[in-house]
Design a protein around this ligand. Structure first.
Ligand SMILES: [Zn+2]
Length: 273
């Protein structure tokens, strides 16, 4: 199969979800001339404000939208698309409507590759898990002309995504975090939501983003209301950029219309070029 236009679409829940595990990959494919899109379900208004001078609870959604817009510029990808949901409420919004929104975006952008969260939601965040479900259901329905037929009237033709990937955190990375942070978790509602590591043999795809670590690092720092001005990325950037875990991004291929890799893939578009 020879494709003239390569299109990649990532679907996440909050501004900054793209930064840590996929910032390098988004940057790399944009730099190679692919059309790279990011769809974010919310504007992250439930996040903490690490730097009180940067935002108030009232304008946090606006500020986080701007942070994500700047990050996307640094990655060199298209402006982010927002699904306009409220942070923290994804499991209770109308699920059919949310899936319908994604089906429409898939039919419009026509990506060969879709990246989203796995069922682990990286650390079990309920918004991440909701997005995982929406995106995987939307991939199936987008290809089916009987689903959301009203969209077809707007020349939104059915589209089959060729490969679907879940973002994955290798278990050794979680182990390393545990050594530093104890426990490796994100506190939500006063309890730890533990990071979920994937075994090496579950990871199908590793993208070398060594050439793009600077954009990845700067993309993370765009989310200043979340990461703060002082953090390891700002304090010791050269050290972070040398870290193997920062230079490689891992994925699990879960759907493919173009076959399955026999060994670890190093290109999301393998089989499609
Ligand atoms: Zn998130």
């Amino acid at each position: 199969m020879k494709l003239s236009k390569l299109t990649l679409m990532a679907v996440f829940a909050h501004p900054d979800d793209e930064a840590f595990g996929t910032g390098g990959t988004l940057t790399k494919y944009a730099a190679e001339g692919c059309d790279v899109y990011l769809v974010t379900a919310t504007r992250g208004e439930a996040g903490q404000i690490a730097e009180p001078d940067l935002a108030t609870t009232a304008n946090l959604p606006y500020v986080r939208e701007q942070e994500l817009r700047r990050a996307c510029q640094l990655y060199g990808i298209h402006s982010p698309r927002f699904m306009d949901y409220v942070d923290g409420q994804l499991p209770i919004v109308h699920q059919g409507q949310a899936v319908g929104k994604l089906v429409r975006i898939i039919r419009e952008l026509r990506p060969q590759i879709l990246i989203t969260f796995g069922p682990d939601g990286i650390y079990g965040h309920y918004d991440h898990i909701a997005v995982h479900r929406w995106a995987t259901i939307a991939v199936d329905l987008a290809a089916d002309p009987d689903c959301f037929p009203d969209q077809l009237a707007d020349a939104c033709e059915p589209h089959q995504v060729s490969k679907v990937y879940f973002r994955a955190l290798p278990e050794e990375q979680v182990a390393a975090m545990a050594e530093e942070e104890k426990p490796a978790a994100v506190m939500m509602d006063g309890v730890p939501f533990y990071f979920v590591g994937r075994r090496r043999d579950e990871i199908t795809t590793v993208i070398d983003v060594s050439d793009y670590v600077e954009a990845k690092l700067r993309g993370i720092q765009c989310h200043t209301t979340q990461v703060g001005r002082q953090n390891r990325f700002a304090d010791t950037p050269d050290e972070v950029m040398r870290e193997p875990w920062f230079r490689r991004e891992s994925f699990v291929l879960v759907r493919s219309t173009v076959g399955w890799p026999e060994r670890v893939e190093t290109d999301l578009f393998a089989g499609l070029r």
